[in-house]
Design a protein around this ligand. Structure first.
Ligand code: DNO
Length: 359
């Protein structure tokens, strides 16, 4: 297992690479160029500059996140061929700089969605990301976008880049005629277009689950259960077509048995990487993000890491969203302190599992 950390780049992150390097056991990053609009080529020179900085800090960057898929691809519009060609070029450029796994998602319009970015946790006085579908009902897509941008402390959030959102109303209208079957057909077209380039360059595509793990605003969503991922992997059968197993996203639906899902796809060799975090269910379609420790949420982190240890022990892992603690301010979900605590805890579990097996 390689422990990694999400970092947005020196222009865009409040956290420094030297802080990340000081977290015990940190091998490197799941990096991102957060200013890239969906559909743009990630250029050789900009990747080179990002990597130079990361390597100078003594860290690796073999995983890149949020190479966002243009809506025209998901909608199946004629311009998709051009955007798929751009995507292939980004894959080649990233591979040239040592990238082995690319995390992306195929959610229409929105990446992850929350109704509150800093909900106080009464038990300990910290705050975390929170979702309550009942609250969403009064809001509507445009309002939720506005409130997410306004409450993100001036930071961009993955999937919420202003450039992507300018056309929101129009895009929502276009999706009215797209069913889940259409989305899957468009997904297959995309995979058929990019997987040969991945195979050529040794890159694994890792799809991030829908978050939360159910459809929202009537938009089609096709990636939030084991059965969904079985279908996605069958769209283009290749070791380069894999998953980013995000425990908190899938775990927002209590029906998803996360350790069992990890075992299923781990045994198939189809887990490209994992985002590991905990979630506390508060009612129907209502949850908040919890500290990583099993007892603070509803996921069993020991069982999760044991499944990884048994089926895909060489994968990349990162502590996902943390709470905001110790008066830290920053990008919601992406502060330093709670994610560092999460990494330390996950490393501890990993060591205990390994030594327990040798004993
Ligand atoms: C959320 C992240 C996601 C993920 C993208 C990949 O915090 O895990 O934004 O990076 O869905 O495209």
């Amino acid at each position: 297992m390689k422990m990694t950390f999400r970092w947005y780049g020196s222009q865009s992150d409040s956290i420094t690479l030297s802080q990340i390097k000081q977290i015990p056991g940190m091998s490197g990053l799941m990096g991102v160029l957060d200013y890239k609009a969906a559909g743009q080529v990630w250029e050789d020179k900009e990747i080179e500059a990002y990597m130079a900085e990361v390597h100078a800090a003594g860290l690796e960057c073999e995983v890149i996140e949020s190479v966002n898929v243009h809506e025209d691809i998901k909608l199946g519009l004629p311009a998709r061929d051009e955007y798929i060609a751009n995507y292939c070029q980004s894959i080649r450029n990233l591979a040239k700089h040592g990238v082995k796994v690319i995390v992306y998602n195929f959610m229409p319009v929105f990446d992850w969605l929350r109704t509150d970015l800093a909900r106080p946790i009464p038990e300990d006085g910290s705050n975390s990301l929170y979702f309550d579908e009942a609250q969403l009902g009064d809001m509507g897509p445009l309002e939720i976008v506005r409130s997410t941008i306004e409450n993100s402390n001036g930071f961009t959030l993955p999937g919420w880049e202003p450039a992507r959102l300018a056309e929101l109303e129009n895009t929502l209208e276009q999706y009215k005629s797209v069913s889940s079957e259409d989305l899957l057909a468009n997904y297959k077209y995309f995979l058929d277009g990019i997987i040969p380039t991945c195979e050529e360059t040794g890159v694994v595509m890792a799809v991030h689950p829908d978050d939360p793990a159910w459809p929202i605003f009537g938009l089609p969503r096709v990636a939030h259960s084991q059965a969904d991922f079985d279908k996605i992997l069958a769209l283009h059968d290749s070791p380069s077509n894999a998953l980013c197993l995000c425990t908190g996203s899938l775990g927002s639906d209590p029906a998803n048995d996360i350790p069992a899902i990890i075992r299923h796809f781990g045994e198939m060799g189809r887990i490209g990487c994992l985002h590991v975090r905990n979630v506390k269910h508060l009612g129907y379609h209502k949850f908040r993000e919890a500290a990583h420790l099993s007892s603070t949420g509803d996921l069993d982190m020991y069982a999760i890491l044991k499944a990884v240890h048994d089926t895909c022990p060489n994968t990349y892992i990162r502590p996902d969203h943390g709470r905001m603690i110790w008066d830290e301010t920053g990008r919601p979900g992406y502060g330093l302190y709670d994610r560092a605590l999460g990494a330390a805890y996950l490393n501890g579990l990993w060591e205990a599992i390994g030594k327990g097996e040798q004993a």
